[in-house]
Design a binder for this molecule. Structure first.
Ligand code: ADP
Ligand code: ASP
Ligand code: MG
Length: 437
């Protein structure tokens, strides 16, 4: 049995958190591969080490002194080391890094030191070997991960050993360090789990799993105990972001279950994510989770006879493509097509897109409905409970919520509902209260 355990920034914010991590690792001998982020916030008004490193680099670039920020970073690590009674010589490395910064060092290299020092300390504390991400996690020139090479290198370096690996960065073919997106340590953990054919990928964070709804909208929302990879994609695409989206692919491809756990509540089983579940728990709601986001518009194009023209859809989609506006959802009628798009993408190009749609399609009508929120009701059990969508629409209607758009995927895994932004929070609450609680 092999478990890869990734710990996020809040799980590593100070020595108290490091102790909790050690406790968790020692409870289960299968937890032999540990992936760490950089220390995060200790309190809500504290700073994440990664943010401070970005700040250092910005000062460096504009020739402004960053000594105070650098000092804050070094002190964070030295305090953790001293509080844990470790004998890691950080001072020499900090001085060396400071010298390199004066002589030119890339932004990615500077920021990557956040996870590097975190992993060095954790390796010493656990008595595990430190394996630098530089030694295995290799990118292709286009920035994608060279999984074949990376997996092979990690297997050689880590198989049969107890190791700690820094998350968030890897190396380009020319040896330069490259960062992933923010939150990328989740991806490193998933790649390590896939490389080593782990039995489970544990992602330890500061919540006891994925909640069924945003706790700012539904206080005391329940934890999702089990969710499939497809359901999670739907939820995280539209809003529930506990994990970096890209961390799903490596483990899913290898059929490795992903377990989200809470470092501050280690006995809680958290959320288990798998390809499928052979049997469902009794009495479970047909809803797995609710997520959503504001900031959409609906562009509706109406033209009689549109559906009988084979090229209408393609021509519409091509115009959106030309202006680089992604169509998030596309509910259609016989003579009309709606494109649900994010305002962030549409705003600066709105009139150009509308003008071109007008010119190319000569529609009977084009309308734009702004201030739309999209919410996704996600649930694999909907397929076996007939009438689920009808019941949801009825509950919304009874509560005075006007539905502006409906879209249901062919897999019946989700129902996408567009409402006015002002109705977003009430809509989530109505659905949660009627079908979950
Ligand atoms: P880490 O530092 O461990 O990587 P993150 O801050 O990246 O942690 O992710 C965990 C956070 O995700 C939680 O603290 C919570 O604020 C947020 N989050 C967003 N949506 C959800 C949800 N549906 N369920 C649980 N947490 C959520
Ligand atoms: N430390 C990085 C960040 O803050 C990576 C991570 O936490 O996953 O984005
Ligand atoms: Mg994270």
């Amino acid at each position: 049995m092999l478990k890869v355990a990734k710990f996020g920034g809040s799980s590593l914010a100070d020595a108290v958190q490091y102790r909790k991590v050690k406790d968790i690792i020692e409870r289960d001998p299968a937890r032999t591969v540990v992936v760490v982020s950089a220390p995060g916030k200790r309190t809500s008004d504290d700073h994440k080490i990664t943010d401070l490193l970005y700040l250092c680099e910005a000062h460096l670039k504009y020739g402004v002194s960053f000594d105070d920020i650098y000092e804050m970073i070094c002190t964070r690590y030295i305090t953790i080391r001293n509080d844990l009674g470790l004998k890691v010589d950080l001072e020499t490395e900090f001085a060396e890094l400071r010298r390199e910064m004066r002589h030119g060092i890339s932004r990615d290299e500077i920021v990557s030191r956040g996870e590097y020092f975190s992993a060095r300390l954790m390796a010493a504390y656990l008595g595990y070997e430190f394996i630098d991400a530089k030694l295995w996690l290799t990118f292709n020139l286009d920035g994608t991960v060279d999984t074949e090479k990376s997996y092979e290198l990690l297997r050689i370096a880590a198989e049969g050993r107890k190791v700690v690996i820094p998350g968030f960065y890897g190396v380009m073919p020319d040896g330069h360090i490259r960062l992933m997106d923010r939150g990328g340590s989740d991806i490193t953990g998933a790649l390590a789990a896939a490389a080593l054919d782990a039995d489970v990928y544990e992602n330890w964070t500061d919540v006891s799993g994925i909640l069924m709804a945003d706790p700012r909208i539904v206080p005391n929302a329940k934890t999702i105990d089990r969710v499939t990879y497809s359901e999670l994609r739907e939820l995280s695409y539209i809003g529930a972001q506990v994990l970096h989206e890209a961390s799903i692919f490596p483990v899913r491809r290898k059929n490795i279950p992903l377990n989200i756990r809470n470092t501050n509540e280690p006995d809680h089983p958290g959320t288990m994510i798998q390809e499928y579940f052979t049997e469902e728990l009794p009495d479970s709601s047909f809803i797995t989770g609710l997520a959503g986001r504001k900031g959409f518009s609906i562009i509706t194009i109406t033209k009689s006879g549109m559906s009988s023209k084979v090229d209408s859809l393609r021509r519409i989609v091509e115009i959106f493509e030309k202006y680089n506006v992604t169509i998030s959802y596309a509910p259609t009628g016989i003579d009309c097509f709606s494109a649900v798009v994010e305002n962030q993408q549409l705003d600066s190009r709105k009139y150009a897109v509308l003008a071109e749609l007008q010119k190319e399609l000569k529609p009977d009508d084009i309308t734009v409905t702004e201030q739309i929120a999209v919410l996704a009701v996600v649930g694999r059990r909907m397929i076996s409970r007939s009438g689920s969508s009808g019941r949801i629409f009825e509950a919304l209607g009874e509560n005075g919520i006007n539905i502006r758009m409906i879209s249901q995927g062919p897999e019946e895994l989700n129902i996408i509902i567009g409402v006015k932004e002002a109705d977003f929070n009430p809509a989530i609450r109505v659905i949660y209260e009627n079908f979950v609680d």
